[in-house]
Ligand binder design. Structure first.
Ligand code: SF4
Ligand code: SF4
Length: 301
């Protein structure tokens, strides 16, 4: 069984062609700008949207833990949730939702097979992302084997924050990696994501030496990683690899994670570090730095 928190059909930014993207739960990183904070915990989590709530109290009444209460400020969580999902099942307006559902492999394959024609016609396939798929390497391998047996193109979207052994094992089972590169300075990487970057850089080097196809995805965030020093260090590192990435995607930051944190009852950017989308000028400057090193780079992904 895999815990999946979202399934995106007809995805056009998750690798080549049109894809079905499976979002696995659990991530060892805690990026302060995370777009999908509901994917960070390895267990299901509740999302509550106050503006959709009609105050019917169905969720309060059904909760076996007596964990919810209706107040003037909407539904409040009293801290005893077991993530059973009953409140979400009862909610008539989708104000209460649960992110994280277990799927049998066969259930996932039924979903994926519905899109076979569009995947084949567009040279697309399936992308597995998260969270971090390497949090569940055994299940990931099983999933990749099954997709391979069905002749479906397999992409793994990952931080590569895992052991070299795992990276090698999964490389043998997927057609393409999409790898995040967030910051070249390991102290800063730790400050913004909660982990250091040595293992990530080493695994990028490893898959490059293996000549395994990979794309690099860099979130461009003013205040975090768009300074000259970091952009040049990132581009120099990628250009120095024995086999460069097929594509470098510079992904312009948006604060869409903020609304999700509100719905989760968690705090976006708890350190209050100034972050903003890069200006057009900053984007073009970053693009030029990567292109000048011979890297096939584009804004967006
Ligand atoms: S998920 Fe279950 S335990 Fe948690 S609040 Fe909802 S009904 Fe109660
Ligand atoms: S069941 Fe949904 S709409 Fe009703 S009180 Fe709970 S969250 Fe609000």
């Amino acid at each position: 069984m895999a815990l999946i928190f979202d399934i995106k059909r007809f995805a056009i930014n998750d690798g080549p062609g049109i894809r079905t993207t499976l979002f696995m739960k659990g991530c060892p990183l805690h990026c302060i700008w995370c777009h999908n904070p509901e994917g960070i915990p390895a267990t299901p989590v509740k999302l509550y949207t106050k503006k959709k709530c009609i105050g019917c109290k169905s969720c309060v009444d059904v909760c076996p833990q007596k964990n919810l209460s209706l107040t003037a400020d909407g539904i409040q969580d009293l801290g005893n949730c077991t993530s059973c999902g009953k409140c979400a099942d009862e909610c008539p307006t989708l104000a209460m939702q649960i992110a994280g559902k277990e799927y049998q492999l066969s259930e996932l394959m039924d979903i994926v097979e519905k899109e076979r024609q569009v995947m084949e016609e567009s040279n697309g396939g399936v992308t597995i992302c998260g969270g971090e798929p390497f949090m569940h390497t055994d299940y990931l391998c099983e999933l990749l084997d099954e997709l391979g047996a069905r002749n479906i193109h397999r992409t793994v979207d990952t931080t590569l924050f895992t052991s070299a052994e795992n990276a090698q094992k999964v490389a043998g089972k997927c057609d393409l990696f999409l790898v995040d590169l967030k910051h070249m300075n390991s102290d800063k990487h730790h400050e913004y994501t909660g982990v250091r970057n040595e293992q990530i850089l080493s695994n990028i080097q490893l898959i490059s030496e293996m000549k395994h196809p990979f794309w690099i995805r860099i979130p461009l965030i003013s205040g975090i990683n768009t300074d000259e020093e970091n952009l040049k260090a990132s581009a120099d590192f990628l250009a120095s690899l024995p086999t460069p990435p097929e594509v470098v995607n510079l992904l312009v930051y948006h604060d869409i994670g903020k609304g999700k944190h509100d719905r989760l009852g968690t705090t976006y950017n708890p350190e209050d570090i100034p972050m903003s989308p890069p200006s057009e000028g900053e984007q073009q400057h970053a693009l030029e730095i990567f292109i000048s090193r011979g890297l096939n780079t584009k804004i967006g992904g």
